[in-house]
Design a binder for this molecule. Sequence first.
Ligand code: APR
Length: 346
Amino acid sequence: MPISIIRNDITKVECDAIVNAADPTLLGGGGVDGAIHKAAGPGLLLECMKLGGCRVGRAKLTKAYDLSCRYVIHTVGPKWQGGQNGERELLESCYRESLRIAVEYNCESVAFPLISGGVYGYPKDQALRIAVDTIASFLIDHDMLIYIVIYDKSAFQISEKLFSGITAYIDDTYVDAHFIYNRFRRAYPSEGNALAEPQTVTDFKACELQAPMCSSMAAPKAASLADMVSQMDESFSQMLLRKIDEKGMTDVECYKKANVDRKLFSKIRGDVSYRPSKTTAIAFAIALELSLEETKDMLMKAGFALSHSNKFDIIIEYFITNENYNIFEINEALFAFDQSLLGVGR
Ligand code: APR
């Protein structure tokens, strides 16, 4: 099952276990630790007092008391000391140990805060990378729904290089769109005036595209409806399964790489005319490492297109043209730009 980055208070997340970014005494503190103890009530502290603390990079489990989840897994992240003191290994260990315990207690869903990303001072973009990479490699061999919970959106950071690359790409693409629109207005002032401001640039492009389609659609009068239906194109589901074979992937490799839930994949596999959501269709295009043209083709089969009139589509295009098919990195970027994420269970 997949990783979902969500914005929430971890004490409110519906799941089997939430993870606490604790300190070595396990006796409570501020930040997420304070919020969890407050929401769980005094029983949690009483149980924690019996645990004898916890070492950095390790984890211990308690009941959840007044929280709606079943368990709290307490882990102690490393304090940031410049990065040369084993911080990375210790932080990875926090995620691995917490997940090992979650498996031991049959948890199907777990929510993590950004461990060490607050008082302990770990640079947030690096803390997030480690969280996502460690969880993603755990998910290769396990089925679990894992939430990374971001409490304060301003505390969420993707790498500066990625952020500025995407911002520049969005700016350039919007500039292109405006340029086409303005040229059209200058060439055809009366039609141009009928268009609303820039988002309709794609409407204008669509008009251009639709004109030849309309004439060719009118031509084959002789073909009966039955003939046309019998010559129907390959469906989304058929294209997906064909591409999986062509790429030499297994189904499991594909849906995991797409950050898609196993049940959803089975539904798509079993229903030749399944219509996925746009985010699911793109998730599979990414997992299959399709080119931009192939991605557009696959999307069309699900009834969607990529345009330059919204950020979501431009961000997807940015990653595909840069041949970066890491779905988790794409989701981090989408989250940073307040867009819907790819995959999961829709
Ligand atoms: N839900 C989700 N995330 C939260 C919440 C909440 N209710 N409250 C805070 N956070 C986020 C912070 O924004 C930060 O990104 O959790 C992340 C981790 O921050 P801290 O709680 O400060 O944890 P950490 O950096 O690991 O420091 C641990 O802080 O509270 C003490 O006892 C704790 O000494 C320990 C230290």
